[in-house]
Design a protein around this ligand. Structure first.
Ligand code: EPU
Length: 338
């Protein structure tokens, strides 16, 4: 099937913030085999960007170029050896649908990552993570195509440079790859992970001492649903800022000055809670017109209806300035800002 081309495309339904924006050209890819043709349809029409489910992007203006939207579907078992099973999903598959498919097939590892919005192709870019697990722990490899040359290649985990909410695909030349499909290495043996305090607490409250992967998935869904807004009902892109990572002396000084500040060891220092800092600035539930800070989770910015991307961005800057003034920390946005 050749890619679909739409000129002067409306992007409001294609971004979960539901902000109004237009793209000069939208090229929709439904079959992996059509990737080269889709790239050709984008070429020569200004800058190019790739869009999946639109759940991690904020359009602050129209996009004067081509947007390549990936809608390719398909998932399969690639190989199985003893306990270990390698599975593959096409980039346009819904992440949560994919996680549910793995669990239905008794393939374990991704249960803590239930209900994360977005598609499989975006998961390595951000190295999505939640409730004590990061995608990179179960990643096997990915297939990608160079947006400029059309050359295709496979990346293994070290080549992806995974870190907290980061990979090579967010930086420089490597951001010029279109991810076509991702493989994961899962297990037939359940190895439940519930160290994350909130998950542990919720399971204990339900009287579950030895949770199965399905019970973990259900518990994660319950926690997420209780405080993270459903983008279908209230526009948002999940966490708007990354949790800042600071060195040990700086963390000690901040924790001494602000008792109760949540903190976790991270690979390059100590991770602090952006939500907690925003909350302490009194901004939870704040609202400027239709741009708001969610009233149940301070790290989530929301569109109450008719906010434009620039309104959300203006509120984000107000939040960033308040946190900087009070804690001396500059928060970094998590979504891609256009
Ligand atoms: N907190 C507050 N006020 C709030 C919300 C939270 O003080 O309004 C405090 C909580 O009490 C807790 C701490 O902040 O001590 C952390 O909160 P939470 O467990 O909700 O996690 P988070 O750090 O805010 C991260 C991810 C989420 C992921 C959760 C659970 C980032 C940027 N965000 O949020 O991911 O679901 O942990 O693992 O790392 C996303 O990336 O879009 C996302 C939702």
């Amino acid at each position: 099937m050749p890619p679909t081309i739409i000129e002067n495309a409306d992007l409001r339904r294609l971004n979960t913030f539901a902000v109004p924006a237009r793209a000069a050209r939208l090229v929709e890819l439904d079959e992996t085999a059509g990737a080269s043709e889709a790239l050709a349809a984008c070429a020569g029409h200004g800058p190019m960007m790739v869009l999946g489910a639109g759940s991690n992007v904020l359009f602050t203006r129209d996009f004067e170029g081509s947007i390549l939207r990936v809608r390719t579907c398909g998932r399969r078992i690639v190989s199985a050896s003893g306990d270990e099973v390698v599975v593959e999903a096409q980039a346009g598959e819904s992440w949560d649908g994919f996680v549910r498919w793995t669990l239905a097939g008794a393939l374990f590892g991704l249960e803590n990552l239930s209900l994360i919005p977005g598609c499989v192709g975006a998961s390595p870019i951000q190295n999505i993570g939640a409730y004590g697990v990061e995608m990179c722990e179960f990643f096997d490899s990915l297939e990608a195509i160079d947006l400029d040359t059309g050359a295709q290649r496979r990346f293994d985990a070290p080549q992806c440079g995974f870190a907290y909410r980061d990979s090579v695909f967010k930086h420089g030349q490597a951001a010029r790859w279109l991810i076509l499909g991702v493989r994961f290495r899962l297990s037939r043996t359940a190895r439940p992970r519930f160290d994350y305090a909130e998950l542990r607490g919720e399971l204990a409250r339900s009287g579950v001492a030895h949770p199965s992967p399905d019970q973990i998935a259900r518990c994660v869904v319950a926690i997420r649903s209780s405080k993270l807004p459903d983008p279908a009902l209230l526009g948002n892109a999940g966490s708007f800022f990354k949790n800042p990572i600071v060195d040990l002396p700086r963390a000690k000084e901040l924790i001494d000055r602000h008792p109760g500040m949540p903190n976790w060891p991270a690979s390059q220092g100590i991770k602090l809670s952006a939500a907690w800092m925003i909350d302490r600035c009194g901004l939870k539930g704040a609202r400027e017109g239709d741009a708001g800070v969610h009233d149940r989770h301070a790290l989530v910015l929301v569109n109450h209806g008719s906010a434009r991307g620039c309104d959300i961005w203006a509120l984000a800057m107000r939040v960033r300035d308040a946190v900087h003034q009070r804690f001396g920390i500059v928060l970094e946005p998590e979504p891609t800002i256009v």
